[in-house]
Ligand binder design. Structure first.
Ligand SMILES: Nc1ncnc2c1ncn2[C@@H]1O[C@H](COP(=O)(O)OP(=O)(O)OP(=O)(O)O)[C@@H](O)[C@H]1O
Ligand SMILES: [Mg+2]
Length: 509
């Protein structure tokens, strides 16, 4: 008989107008890594929030059996006491506090009534050693990258005697190296007897690390597959997720490349605070009508900085160089000016720059293109709803209506709202920064289709992505960027992952 540490029986959870989970039953074996896969909005995060007491007992139907006994958590605190710890999709560390303070936040090391700083720092240092993070525990969270923040979250979980660790898309924002390190850490935890549940859209990682995968579609369990034999392919998992075979991950496109649309010439950008630090160094980039151009580079190469500085100087200081649109020099020193010139930038960080989560979907979509809806000075609300509904249909945004708050959407569906918003400005040049991060395979295909429609209509698209297969699958041409400099310019036919990586890692001589 299998030893199940967890069983969730017939879980049903509804939100106003949405049945997020319907009669979901899953079983997790003690000491395994159990993956959960499914399209955006399938209900993965909701299921884990039910398990960890974010949605307390009474807020859902069904039963949770942990180590053979029914549990009825009223809060996250309760689940943590039972050894269940969740690391959420959106990291929840306090940027202004130190690593050590974050690890013991709400769980302070005390001697008497006072915080014992000595114990805090010593124990934090030990936990950092266990997760393989070489940082001073006194360093502030805002001074370390997302990869390291993810490790701090795990250290924090380990400080709580975790038996069952839940990771909701832990590697979505990580580069390959940080992801590999994190997966190793999860393997190490499994060897120490910690059971892990991991949600991810990266199916190669799931195959590499998980013992079982449970596939959820539209709030229901489709199947649980045993991955230990190694015979279950990515395509097989995708079939469960989307309900059909997806034979081609990238839609076909015939390219018709026309005249030059945007030329970025000798573009040099300095750090916003450290004015003598060069972040983008004499970059030259051209994109033509009907062309999809990729930018490949490692973390810190300056990809986002290049894009944001071009988009109305929204990043950097002391910017020099020249932009040309259709061959004519332009000035675009504010985002408003950039938008008027037909340049749009859809950001990788939807929380910070892309969306207003307490506004409804329709206003988020219309915001950047509002002048189009307000020819007489006031916004035509009916038209706004019609436009938003068109995007909801074409982008397949999963939401009961366009009047719901954007913050209630699943992560991937929020990303689709960001894309809709920029499409609505009908840009001549659309710059997409990690457009498919956290997006499921089916929706990725749709987004690629939308990019194709744009270029078929003669627009120009620049895509920044950390996933080389994606760039190779959708671009006509790929630039490599290393330490702020453009190091290569490859027609896609001449590009292989190996060449790209070689030019992405070229060092300055
Ligand atoms: N607080 C909420 N209020 C209303 N609806 C919600 C809320 N949270 C989630 N939903 C809805 O429940 C459904 C499931 O969302 P959930 O976040 O669980 O999806 P997910 O599988 O984690 O997707 P993703 O891969 O995009 O993160 C979605 O339709 C979502 O819009
Ligand atoms: Mg989710």
């Amino acid at each position: 008989m299998n030893d199940h540490i967890l069983e969730m029986r017939s879980i049903t959870k509804t939100f106003p107008g949405v049945k997020a989970l319907s009669d979901v039953t899953i079983q997790v074996e003690r000491g395994e890594v159990h993956a959960i896969c499914g399209e955006n909005g399938a209900g993965k995060s909701t299921l884990m929030k039910v398990l960890s007491g974010v949605y307390p007992h009474g807020d859902y139907e069904g039963q949770i059996i942990l180590e053979g006994e029914e549990v009825t958590f009223g809060s996250i605190r309760d689940s943590e006491k039972a050894g269940v710890v969740i690391i959420h999709q959106e990291l929840a560390l306090s940027p202004y506090l130190s690593i050590a303070e974050n690890i013991f936040l709400g769980n302070e090391r005390k001697s008497g009534l006072l915080i014992d700083w000595n114990a805090t720092n010593v124990q934090a240092a030990e936990l950092l050693r266990r997760v393989g993070l070489r940082e001073n525990p006194a360093t502030k969270i805002m001074d370390i990258g997302v990869g390291k923040q993810q490790l701090v979250e795990i250290a924090k979980a380990m400080s709580k005697d975790v038996k069952l660790l839940i990771l909701d898309e832990p590697t979505a924002a990580l580069n390959d190296e940080d992801s590999a390190h994190l997966l190793d850490l999860i393997r190490g935890l499994r060897d120490q007897g910690v059971t892990c549940i991991i949600i991810s859209h990266k199916l190669n990682e799931i195959r590499a690390i998980a013992n079982h995968v449970t596939v959820i579609r539209d709030g229901q369990v489709i199947e649980t597959l045993d991955l230990q034999s190694g015979e279950v392919s990515e395509d097989r998992i995708i079939k469960g997720m989307v309900g059909r075979e997806l034979t081609n991950r990238y839609p076909e496109r015939e390219s018709h490349i026309g005249a030059e649309v945007l030329r970025i010439e000798n573009w040099t950008v300095h750090h916003p605070q450290q004015h003598d630090r060069v972040v983008v160094d004499h970059a030259n980039v051209v994109v033509r009508a009907g062309e999809v151009v990729g930018i490949a580079g490692l973390m810190g190469a300056g990809r986002t900085e290049l894009a944001m500085s071009v988009f109305g100087h929204s990043y950097g200081s002391n910017i020099s160089g020249q932009l040309y649109l259709d061959g004519n020099p332009i000035e675009a020193k504010s985002t408003g000016a950039a938008i008027r010139h037909g340049i749009a930038y859809a950001t990788e960080d939807r929380k910070k720059y892309g969306l207003n989560l307490i506004e409804d979907i329709k206003r988020n979509i219309s915001l950047a293109g509002l002048p189009k809806l307000a020819p007489n000075g006031w916004v035509d609300g009916n038209r706004e709803t019609v436009v938003a509904n068109d995007y909801r249909r074409s982008m397949r945004i999963k939401a009961p209506s366009v009047a719901v708050k954007t913050g209630t959407l699943s992560g991937g569906n929020q990303q689709k709202v960001v894309l809709s918003k920029w499409m609505f400005t009908e840009p001549e040049v659309l710059i997409l920064d990690e457009p498919t991060r956290g997006i499921d395979v089916g929706a990725k295909f749709e987004i690629y289709g939308i990019i194709n429609q744009l270029v078929d209509a003669g627009k120009a698209v620049i895509v920044i992505s950390s996933e080389l297969p994606e760039l190779l699958g959708i671009c006509d041409r790929i630039y490599t960027l290393a330490e702020g400099r453009i190091t290569g310019d490859f027609p896609v036919a001449d590009a292989t992952p190996e060449t790209l990586i070689r030019y992405m890692t070229l060092e300055k001589d």
